[in-house]
Design a protein around this ligand. Structure first.
Ligand code: SF4
Length: 503
């Protein structure tokens, strides 16, 4: 059997800017982990070829070569995934699809009628059965994964299929699931509320495999919630990573997603730093308690969120915040509340989105019952689109959203926040080394921000303050300033200033 595995294109999104990727000399953000795991599950006697459309084009002759076209896609890859499916269908190829885009709600809507076989949910439990049926020519149209299969069945991703130098970072996943039930979240719907962790041997094998592939940079752990189960983090995951990093002389740095309970676990923060974690993305979502209550973000309620961020920063971990606008309980001054919160927190890069009802989430089901869903292109979610009728007039919400982005990502807003970050942050000593390509990126950034940019005085002033606090603070400063620069550039390019009294 000859098979091609296809990763569709990602759109040029605010938090995944294509200009930023070019600036750092890469071609895409990260290799598609799910497809590389699926590749490792295919029979050894199959001939396989891999196409990441963010890096290489897929020609008709590539499709014609294959007996089977396997497409794996996230929700944001919808437009490109549909094009790949149309092309393969036109060339009369058998198509297999999987990944979060291929969810029951969209299947029911008939969006993927040209796909021959769809794997819904986690592939590990069901993919061998599909392969067996396929070999007998009896494969079904849809395979629903058993609920939450054994994560210990997950093979090591087949890194040999990609050139890791093309990517800005690498994703790994060691734990699936999250005990919380935030209404808008798709992660706990697909991965469940009981965390499932890979074994120590699996984690070591995966770290060895990525090390042997030559990778020496950032690894993003795309676990749903690193601190969802503090006992797993403390007694299993972090000690394993820490031990491996010590043994291998600290070749990586780590980032991942956690929740604010981290601020109450000093031992976990300490272990994260020792294991090589530089940053965490925290689901803060809103500074408005009623909105948090509405979406069952219980872990953020009755907590001083600003203090929680400050504690994590003081323990040597940078915080990136996930923030959402558009909850039913958002008051009319919610935009200023977000601006005030983020400015005070010193979170230099906050990922701010409009609430989006992803299919099959509790939010989606509620809005459907309330007859509030509106027609949408699901992949639009990355552009700040909204797929339901909010309580606040939609024009005000959209304009307010743009106002928040323009304010926070302006030079003035960013550098003020950076000042707060430098006050709060205490860098932990890192052993991760700076390589030549990182050095080139820093020099280029100094040219753009320290020479060409009209705010160059502020850039150098704050860089000096960072250097005085130590090498690792200066590295954190440069990393954050580069990230901000391209968010600012993306916002100016894609979002004209809002007109509804916010300017
Ligand atoms: S804490 Fe995070 S991962 Fe867990 S349910 Fe809430 S949003 Fe999802």
């Amino acid at each position: 059997m000859k098979a091609i595995l296809v990763c569709p294109k990602y759109p040029d999104a605010l938090w995944m800017s294509k200009n930023a990727i070019k600036f750092i000399g890469k071609k895409s953000w990260s290799p598609p982990l799910g497809l590389l795991i699926v590749a490792a599950m295919l029979p050894a006697n199959w001939e396989i070829r891999f196409f990441d459309l963010n890096i290489n084009p897929l020609t008709d002759s590539d499709i014609q070569w294959a007996d089977l076209v396997l497409v794996g896609a996230m929700i944001s890859q919808q437009a490109s995934a549909i094009k790949v499916i149309e092309r393969a269908y036109g060339l009369k190829k058998k198509i297999v699809a999987g990944g979060p885009l291929f969810c029951p709600e969209l299947i029911e809507q008939g969006m993927f009628n040209k796909v021959d076989h769809i794997i819904v949910g986690e592939a590990e439990g069901i993919f061998p059965k599909f392969l067996e049926d396929l070999s007998k020519n009896k494969a079904k149209c849809i395979y629903y994964s058993e609920r939450f299969p054994d994560i210990q069945l997950v093979p090591t991703p087949m890194w040999s299929l990609v050139n890791l130098d093309d990517y800005a970072m690498v994703n790994l996943q060691f734990v699936r699931g999250c005990p919380y039930k935030c209404e808008f979240c798709y992660g706990h719907v697909i991965n469940g509320n009981v965390q499932r962790a890979k074994t120590k041997d699996q984690i070591i094998k995966e770290l060895n495999a990525i090390y042997e592939s030559g990778w020496r940079s950032t690894i993003f752990l795309c676990d749903d919630n690193l601190t969802g189960n503090l006992a797993i983090a403390k007694n299993h995951l972090l000690p394993t990573i820490k031990e491996w990093m010590q043994k291998n002389n600290y070749p990586f740095s780590f980032a991942g997603a956690a929740c604010v309970n981290l601020s109450k676990a000093p031992d976990v923060m300490k272990m994260m730093v020792e294991a090589g974690f530089e940053s965490v993305t925290l689901g803060i979502e809103s500074p408005n308690q009623a909105s948090l209550l509405e979406v069952q973000k219980r872990q953020n309620i009755n907590l001083d969120l600003l203090e929680a961020v400050r504690i994590i920063q003081q323990n040597g971990i940078e915080v990136i915040a996930g923030m959402i606008l558009g909850f039913d309980n958002d008051p009319m001054n919610i935009f200023q509340m977000h601006i005030n919160f983020i400015q005070k927190s010193g979170i230099t890069n906050a990922i701010i989105s409009l609430l989006y009802a992803f299919p099959d989430t509790a939010l989606f089901n509620r809005l459907k019952t309330e007859n509030r869903l509106i027609p949408y292109e699901i992949g639009d979610c990355v552009y700040g689109a909204i797929n339901f009728r909010p309580v606040m007039p939609i024009e005000i919400l959209t304009a307010g959203y743009e106002h928040v982005l323009h304010t926070l990502y302006s030079h003035e807003g960013f550098y003020k926040r950076m000042e707060n970050f430098l006050t709060n942050y205490t860098a932990a000593p890192r052993r991760f080394r700076i390589n030549f390509s990182n050095f080139v990126i820093v020099v280029r950034a100094m040219y753009f921000l320290g020479i060409r940019d009209p705010w160059r005085g502020r850039f150098w002033g704050l860089l000096l303050s960072a250097i005085l606090k130590g090498r690792d603070v200066a590295i954190a400063y440069m990393r954050q300033v580069i990230t901000w620069y391209f968010s600012n550039e993306w916002i100016s390019r894609n979002m004209p200033l809002a007109q509804l009294g916010f300017n």
